[in-house]
Design a protein around this ligand. Structure first.
Ligand code: NAD
Length: 371
């Protein structure tokens, strides 16, 4: 694999540009220590793209995305664009880029840094050292299934319909990603569905079992009903390594698991697609949070979710595990020293701006590399 990568940076709206500036700064730091070159190109998405191109995702930007090794996205949305036609709203840019690149696996880690244990709603001993990876199927299931809609019944009543539907390949490809991830972690996958009451759940369980039996027997597989998983996540979250589940259950379980670890400003994500002819997996990395219009322009946004998303990019797109681990450690070290952004502030902490937090993490990264 070459050590020169094309990175498309799409800062988006609100605090997106503020946090993405810090990511670019960290990427330059990784270039120094990792012996790589990132050819960074910036473009617009969301409301910023509507203002510039008249559409939340232009064809040119989409083409650049298809030709990049990875995409780093900030956030989209804001009041300014709230009254646009639905198809022109900022969020449509995000949905379209995911769909066009067929990013079918959404990875959301729930990682509890020691320095953040007190921010969790659970007892410290339940979350200290927590490290779960939720793999959510992102392009199929009930959010896309047909038929769908609201039907008038002719008697004044209406019926709302959505269809949960999965085929063999949709399940197998996301299961493979979960098994591959587990094999680089604690080697355990829990597959969640509702096979007790749903045929699509029976198929899900059978297909995940098939992939396991034929391709990943060395990984430990267990099955769990999704409602039980929701309960187990708050009862004993450390029992899990990788959880793989469908779009609907994954939407809910990943939010639940992520919030075990504290603030929205800390949560990264990755969306992965298929491997292309040049052996590169399509991938997009973004923080879980939105454009936070209430704090936009104040210089106080927490850039850590975006920086941790870049750490995921180093690991999953570029196989730079060492640099990714160093970056994660640097974030933890800075937080442990009591440096926090406004959203994380507690007693005896030192309040940093967005730029200062980026600088601290970069300095710590350089120091950790020298150790
Ligand atoms: P939000 O995530 O933007 O903000 C929720 C709260 O968390 C706000 O109080 C905000 O100040 C705070 N917050 C979020 N990120 C933070 C950070 N990095 N540092 C410090 N504080 C942070 O969610 P919202 O307010 O519901 O939505 C605002 C806009 O963002 C809407 O237009 C919405 O559609 C959009 N949105 C976009 C995405 C995305 O781009 N993926 C996701 C969610 C919401």
């Amino acid at each position: 694999m070459s050590n020169s990568y094309k990175l498309l940076v799409l800062p988006g709206d609100g605090i997106g540009p503020e946090v993405m500036n810090e990511v670019v700064k960290i990427a330059k730091g990784i270039e120094e220590i990792g012996g790589v070159q990132f050819n960074i190109e910036k473009d617009d998405i969301g409301g910023a793209a509507y203002d510039r191109y008249g559409t939340p995702l232009s064809e040119e930007t989409l083409e650049k995305a298809k030709n990049s090794h990875a995409i780093l996205l900030g956030a989209v949305g804001g009041e300014k664009w709230d009254n646009l036609d639905f198809s022109l709203k900022p969020e449509q840019g995000l949905l379209r880029i995911r769909k066009e690149l067929d990013l079918f696996a959404n990875l959301r880690p729930a990682l509890c840094f020691k320095s953040m244990v007190e921010s969790s709603s659970l007892k410290a001993e339940l979350v200290s050292g927590l490290d779960i990876m939720i793999v959510r199927e992102l392009t199929g299931g009930i959010y896309f299934g047909e038929p769908r809609g609201i039907q008038e019944q002719g008697d004044g009543s209406r019926v709302g319909i959505n269809t949960q539907s999965y085929n063999t390949e949709e399940i197998r490809r996301v299961a493979r990603i979960a098994f591959e991830l587990a094999s680089k972690r604690d080697n355990r996958v829990t597959s969640c569905e509702k096979s007790n009451v749903m045929e699509s759940g029976i198929l899900w369980r059978e297909e995940v079992t098939h992939v396991h039996k034929n391709e990943f027997q060395s990984v430990q597989l267990s099955h769990m009903y999704a409602d039980n998983c929701a309960m187990q996540l708050v009862r004993n979250p450390k029992q899990f390594d990788v959880i793989v589940t469908d779009n609907l259950f994954g939407d809910i379980l990943s939010d639940e698991a992520a919030m075990l670890t504290g603030s929205l400003g800390m949560l990264p994500s990755a969306s992965l697609g298929a491997v292309d002819s040049k052996n590169f997996r399509k991938s997009l990395y973004e923080p879980v949070h939105g454009s936070a219009p209430d704090i936009s322009g104040k210089g106080i946004a927490n850039p850590i979710a975006s920086i941790l998303s870049f750490a995921m990019c180093l690991k999953y797109s570029f196989n730079m595990d060492k640099e990714s681990d160093l970056l994660n450690k640097s974030v933890n070290d800075v937080l442990s020293s009591g440096f926090k952004t406004a959203d994380l502030m507690g007693d005896n902490n030192k309040n940093l701006s967005t730029v200062e937090m980026g600088d601290q993490i970069l300095n710590q990264l350089r120091n950790n590399f020298k150790l």
